[in-house]
Design a binder for this molecule. Structure first.
Ligand code: SF4
Ligand code: SF4
Ligand code: SF4
Length: 189
């Protein structure tokens, strides 16, 4: 019992640390856009409306999309079998490339403690395809989701993705609140 409590305590500690990390990264991005934007609105996608049609990865005017996967760590279940990481039907739930859902190897899986695993996104490798988002939403807690990254986005007058988005997820938001976040980071935004 004490052992279980200790495990849960450690898990909460890890989650807190990751939450702080996410806040720092997102906060840094927000500060950047706030100082740069000439207009007072920027494009952002609402993760609650996104249906992961994959057009975010193919229709951005940039060669590598400005849309990236982000992770709400405080929502994640740290699952051993992750619907966002493993291909459906993967027989062995390990890190072998053939068992991974992400086409670019952008998700890292790290053992935390039995039976928990941590999943982190390498944004430089992510093309915003949303396959992991769909997988996580179907089988997990929906902690993976897409966001326009404002350190990359050109804030086009007319966003090429917005014109093809089938679900109305793309919208302009105030430049001082440039992200629509899930989990605790999203509260009050
Ligand atoms: S185009 Fe719209 S629905 Fe498709 S992945 Fe992007 S935000 Fe989601
Ligand atoms: S599956 Fe697609 S959206 Fe998810 S991390 Fe990989 S490249 Fe990015
Ligand atoms: S505004 Fe332009 S650069 Fe930004 S996501 Fe849309 S198409 Fe890409």
């Amino acid at each position: 019992m004490n052992n279980e409590k200790e495990k849960l305590g450690r898990r909460e500690f890890i989650k807190d640390a990751l939450r702080t990390m996410t806040a720092a990264v997102i906060g840094g991005m927000g500060g950047f856009i706030g100082g740069r934007a000439a207009k007072n609105t920027v494009w952002q996608l609402d993760p609650n409306k996104c249906v992961q049609c994959e057009r975010c990865s193919t229709h951005c005017v940039l060669t590598e999309s400005a849309v990236k996967c982000v992770h709400a760590y405080d929502v994640c279940g740290y699952c051993q079998l992750c619907g966002g990481y493993h291909r459906p039907g993967a027989k062995i739930q390990d890190t072998a490339a053939e068992n991974q859902l992400c086409p670019t190897g952008a998700i890292q899986r790290t053992y935390v403690e039995n039976p928990y695993y941590e999943y982190t996104i390498t944004e430089a490798l992510c093309n915003g395809c949303g396959k992991c988002v769909k997988g996580c939403g179907a089988f997990g807690n929906g902690s993976l989701y897409l966001q326009v990254r404002h350190d990359r986005c050109l804030n086009c007058n007319e966003c090429a993705i917005a014109t093809v988005c089938p679900s109305g997820a793309y919208q302009r938001v105030p430049s001082d609140r440039p992200y629509i976040l899930k989990g605790q980071q999203g509260q009050g935004s």
